[in-house]
Write a protein that binds this ligand. Structure first.
Ligand SMILES: Cc1cc2nc3c(=O)[nH]c(=O)nc-3n(C[C@H](O)[C@H](O)[C@H](O)COP(=O)(O)OP(=O)(O)OC[C@H]3O[C@@H](n4cnc5c(N)ncnc54)[C@H](O)[C@@H]3O)c2cc1C
Length: 397
């Protein structure tokens, strides 16, 4: 794959850089996207700037505000944003449920939800996992029975990221408990989080933050018009959504930024006029990770291109998720090693902070990304998908 930029791509790259230079306020730069204290407000402001420019929904279908960017243009945009340390674009709404509503939503649903997603009026959360139904998602038990023009929903969701901030939840429910296959009795509902009967309880994570929650649904009355796709057809809708989610997890450009931070930390670790970068073992490990990242970047571009042609293979998306999440973890762990005693610093405590300034953020992010091999479907399950597909292809030779 030739990654050399054409003249048109170079000009687009310059346009994106100029835009970031002009619009990205200094105080918005470099906020960790896992920092739930300051990030949501900053993210909302940045979202408004991008929406005004028309770039927020560049990846959506043209009829819904998409710009028909090529995979390379998306890559250039993401890379420039990452280098400028712009805030993250909200994945759940812009990257997941927005495109899904474009594909599966009725005209009335598109007219209602999409402008609210773009303006940031709605923050979304994903109600899929339940206690006992994570990897085996099709076994989910949250029940929805039809009563006139409503579904009455009862059950429990867990690990629901940002449910405490969300105004809407896309939620999988069981509408046919007697279906021949568990997948056949599932429906997707778009649930207003202010409806009576919804309780959200926080779960704190190892990075000290409040990312996710338990969500209890107790006889919640959800109008039938809030169903996305057909009744009992939610599994197909969910599969389309999970492919969006998994293909975004590798996030190579953000990982490259972390690799740069690790190299900068190592360069600053000096003893006897030599830095950690002069240590053969450390330099070797850093170089190996950089090479792995270069290959992953090409693989990510290939998957993006195939996705555009609707030819992405499910196992390629799974492979991307496995390799991307594990590489991100390895790079963060090398960063922790480079930080040495500074890795004990926590954003709010009095411990000495690494002179590069990258220390505390790297530690918090490293702890958060331990979860990267779990969320979006655990990596063991992704390996099963890869093995099943490849063994099936091999048996067909
Ligand atoms: C940070 C974070 C954010 C999340 N956000 C959300 C969210 O917003 N919404 C949401 O719905 N969910 C969310 N999740 C939940 C996530 O999707 C599940 O944790 C994940 O699917 C795994 O399910 P589980 O936790 O029930 O683990 P289990 O399914 O119980 O698995 C436990 C372990 O057993 C392994 N295992 C299970 N079955 C098999 C098998 N057949 N073969 C081999 N190994 C197997 C798994 O790989 C895993 O290591 C989030 C999770 C995390 C960590």
């Amino acid at each position: 794959m030739d990654l050399t930029l054409t003249a048109a791509e170079l000009s687009f790259q310059a346009e994106v850089r100029d835009f970031l230079e002009a619009e990205l306020k200094p105080e918005w730069r470099g906020v960790s996207h896992v920092d739930n204290r300051t990030q949501p407000a900053i993210m909302a402001q940045w979202q408004a700037v991008l929406a005004k420019k028309g770039w927020l929904t560049a990846g959506w279908p043209a009829a819904n505000g998409g710009l028909g960017w090529s995979p390379m243009q998306h890559h250039i945009f993401k890379e420039a944003c990452s280098k400028a340390r712009a805030p993250k674009i909200p994945t759940m709404s812009i990257g997941m449920i927005g495109p899904l509503i474009c594909v599966f939503g009725s005209p009335a649903q598109q007219a209602f939800y999409l402008p609210r997603i773009v303006s940031g009026a709605d923050i979304w959360c994903q109600g899929f996992s339940e206690p006992g139904s994570g990897s085996d998602l099709a076994s989910l038990k949250t029940a929805a029975r039809r009563e006139g023009d409503d579904y009455i929903v009862s059950g429990q969701k867990i690990w629901t990221s940002y449910a405490h901030l969300a105004s809407q939840m896309f939620c999988l429910v069981r509408t046919d408990p007697l279906a021949a296959r568990p997948q056949a009795g599932i429906t997707m509902l778009l649930i207003d989080m202010t409806l009576p009967g919804i309780t959200v309880r926080p779960i704190r994570t190892i990075d000290g933050e409040h990312h996710f929650n338990e969500v209890f649904l107790d006889d919640v009355r959800v109008p039938v018009r809030c169903r996305l796709g057909g009744e009992h057809k939610g599994w197909d809708v969910a599969r389309a959504l999970l492919a969006f989610e998994r293909s975004g997890i590798a996030d190579v450009v953000a990982t490259r930024q972390v690799l740069g931070d690790v190299a900068a930390i190592a360069a600053g670790e000096k003893r006897d006029n030599a830095s950690l970068l002069d240590d053969d073992d450390f330099a070797n490990r850093l170089a190996r990770l950089e090479i792995a990242l270069d290959s992953l970047e090409i693989f990510e571009m290939r998957v993006m291109e195939a996705t555009e042609r609707e030819a992405a293979k499910e196992y390629d998306v799974s492979l991307l998720k496995i390799l991307g999440s594990e590489l991100k973890q390895k790079i963060h762990m090398l960063g922790i090693e480079a930080l040495g005693r500074f890795a004990a610093a926590w954003p709010d405590d009095d411990a000495p902070v690494h002179p590069s300034g990258a220390g505390a953020k790297l530690v918090v992010d490293a702890l958060f990304y331990r979860a990267g091999s779990i969320y979006g479907g655990a990596n063991e399950i992704q390996r099963n998908i890869v093995a099943k597909s490849l063994l099936k292809s091999a048996s067909e030779i």
